[in-house]
Unconditional design. Structure first.
Length: 236
């Protein structure tokens, strides 16, 4: 067992140790119970304490690994000068930062497998939504209606497809992945452009009345982190 030299470690410190120890085993055993037990032993954490911090074992560690990547992305965004960049380029750069924060591709691959299982699919969807929310929040998104949801739902789809492409990409410096990401964002921008044009077109305008009305009724959540955040306007 490893000894901990940190005086009075917090629960987060101990969980970080568990996660670091788990990453060594994930490539061989996935995010599994075997990995969790080996991580606790390697990190010198008593099994009862490890279980108290991670009631679902390796599933909680896999989610912690995802959140660690989100935090690394946010910190990199804070120190990057994006002045003068187009908004779509800022979003693309943020997604790139998020993927580059995943230093262990095999851990991500095993995570995709884990969260593809029916019993963990909701956790995976929530984690991806959290990443999209983190990106928009870091970019200063101020939307308070249905646009809050549509932005995060669209980016979640872009991020998910890019992750899957990235996992199979062996091009130098992942250049193929960044090109794929640019194409996906361009697709989204074309849809948004079409919607804007439809609102100005007298022939198409009637078809936008319903969706626009519904978008105005939805409100962004006051408390972040809910599974399905938000509410319908009381006056609806």
């Amino acid at each position: 067992m490893q000894s901990d030299d940190t005086p009075n470690p917090t629960q987060d410190d101990i969980k970080d140790r568990l996660l670091d120890a788990a990453l060594i085993h994930v490539a061989f055993d996935g995010w599994s119970e075997a990995t969790f037990k080996a991580a606790a032993e390697d990190a010198g954490v008593e099994p009862t304490l490890a279980r108290a911090l991670c009631p679902r074992g390796a599933v909680d560690l896999a989610l912690a690994y995802h959140r660690r990547g989100d935090l690394a992305m946010i910190e990199r965004m804070k120190v990057t000068d994006m002045t003068g960049m187009r908004y779509r380029d800022k979003v693309a750069l943020a997604v790139r930062f998020r993927l580059e924060a995943a230093t262990d591709k095999e851990a991500v691959r095993r995570g995709v497998t884990l969260f593809a299982l029916p019993q963990h699919a909701a956790d995976g969807a929530k984690a991806i939504w959290g990443t999209a929310d983190a990106i928009w929040t870091a970019l200063g998104d101020t939307s308070e209606d249905g646009n809050w949801y549509s932005k995060r739902a669209t980016l979640s789809a872009v991020y998910s497809s890019t992750v899957l492409y990235w996992l199979g990409d062996d091009s130098p410096e992942h250049t193929a992945t960044w090109a794929f990401l640019d194409r996906r964002i361009d697709d989204v921008m074309r849809i948004e452009s079409f919607k804007a044009q439809a609102r100005r077109n007298p022939l198409l305008m009637p078809f936008m009345v319903g969706p626009d009305w519904l978008a105005r009724q939805l409100k962004a959540p006051k408390a972040r982190g809910q599974d399905l955040p938000g509410s319908v306007h009381p006056g609806a």
